[in-house]
Design a protein around this ligand. Structure first.
Ligand code: HEC
Length: 401
């Protein structure tokens, strides 16, 4: 009897210490402030708790732009500070990141790229173990992306897409003496606030949300060597349902100086946010946490199972571009995602396959309109080997700058 109670206590203690480990990456403080129109300089941020996050260079998307790809070869990870607050109706985030140069896009130049940031959530109902693919979602697992770019003057009159105001003013033959008046009018309706929201089920599938509602309120400001970006939105609308004890969120930042745009960016893995006052979010927090396997054994298992035949596993391996590079996968993949990728490659097919960059091997074929991964099926792996592999893959990360 005595023995039993001791082991019960031991079990309870183990469970408790496990629970103790399950702290969220970000804590959203509950506040009584209206958050519908707050910026990065609002007083409410004094009440917030800041967490340090790391954004990793995305390596699965290759643009058809050699100059940009070269400028970002061997890119390092970046640190940023994030805080969140909620009031039961709205949630707001603040991200601060270092950037030595202000890159602001001006409407007419197609070769100048802007600094900016994005905040991503799963769209609709989500399951902790099968979150959308981190880079803009995946088939059947949509995300909502709020994007804010530093743009000098953005001529898309109120998102109504009035083509008249998007004429090229250099086509002077269309204007005659009206050009001056036209330019004035465009200037008046042009906005220096580029704030957009997209729904996406994978890179290159983004659709801008233009339903006429004010979905979010985002602001971006530069202050001595860095940007501050804020975003507030409803906890729940037709696109997202974030009114839970804990939710996943991901951040991305772009560096215009390095010609960053689209998939050429830095991004976080899914991070857990616990919403103060909303109960116990440990299921989601645990799903996002690192695997508990043995790293050395996992490295061995990856080497003996032929993974490097298709993947660049460590940065020292020659790039082969058959499959996506795994040399940075630990930076932005959750343990759940890695398990799923190995056991069931077709569940999430990495978007962004680029024929020009990966000419020697197709990442997927299409059967009855569904993408089928060309990766070997490893569903036969035993649970321990899988956990070891995942723990090892999670150590593969770009160095922090
Ligand atoms: C025959 C080639 C091949 C082999 C062998 C292979 N893979 Fe893959 N792998 C791919 C391809 C192609 C993709 C991209 C399509 C997809 O998502 O399944 C991929 C995707 C992945 C991803 C997702 C990457 C990302 O950027 O999100 C992971 C993780 C992964 N593989 C791990 C492994 C591991 C671990 C092994 C060995 C146990 C392995 N692969 C063996 C071809 C391969």
């Amino acid at each position: 009897m005595k023995k039993l109670s001791t082991s019960l206590i031991a079990a309870a203690w183990a469970a408790a210490s496990l629970m103790g480990l399950q702290t969220a990456d970000i804590v959203a403080k509950k506040v009584n402030t209206d958050l519908s129109k707050i910026s990065y300089s609002a007083d409410v941020w004094n009440e917030a708790v800041f967490s340090e996050i790391t954004l990793f260079p995305q390596t699965s998307i290759a643009l058809n732009d050699k100059k940009a790809n070269d400028a970002n070869a061997n890119a390092k990870a970046k640190k940023a500070k994030v805080a969140a607050v909620h009031n039961g109706i709205q949630i707001a985030f603040l991200i601060k990141w270092a950037d030595g140069s202000m890159n602001i896009q001006s409407g007419y130049k197609a070769d100048i790229y802007a600094d900016g940031f994005a905040v991503q959530f799963p769209s609709g109902a989500f399951k902790p173990d099968t979150l959308p693919y981190i880079g803009m979602g995946s088939e059947g697992r949509p995300v909502v992306v709020h994007l804010q770019k530093a743009v000098k003057s953005f001529y898309e009159p109120n998102g109504k897409g009035n083509v008249y105001y998007q004429l090229n003013p250099n086509q002077t033959e269309l204007f005659n003496e009206e050009l001056d008046a036209y330019n004035k009018k465009v200037k008046a309706i042009g906005s220096n606030d580029y704030e957009k929201a997209f729904i996406a089920e994978g890179f290159r599938s983004t659709t801008e949300i233009k339903d006429g509602t004010d979905l979010s309120y985002a602001r971006l400001g530069y202050k001595t060597d860095g940007w501050m970006g804020s975003l507030s939105r409803s906890l729940k609308d037709v696109y997202v349902d974030l009114n839970h004890a804990a939710i996943p969120v991901a951040f991305a930042v772009w560096d215009g100086e390095k010609l960053g745009r689209d998939g050429l960016k830095h991004l976080t893995s899914w991070l857990s946010v616990s919403l103060e006052g909303n109960g116990d979010g440990s299921a989601l927090i645990a799903a996002i946490q690192d695997a508990s396997g043995d790293v050395a054994a996992g490295k061995e298992a990856v080497a003996t199972n032929g993974c490097a035949g298709c993947h660049q596993v460590e940065a020292t391996d020659a790039p082969n571009y058959m499959g996506p590079s795994l040399s940075n996968i630990g930076g932005y993949a959750t343990a759940s995602y890695l398990r799923e990728s190995i056991l069931s490659p077709s569940s999430v097919v990495v978007p962004g396959y680029n024929r020009n960059a990966h000419s020697n091997y197709m990442w997927y074929t299409e059967e009855n309109g569904k993408r089928v991964s060309t990766m070997t099926d490893y569903s036969w792996l035993d649970a321990q080997t899988l956990e070891n592999m995942v723990a090892y893959l999670q150590t593969l990360k770009a160095e922090v700058e």
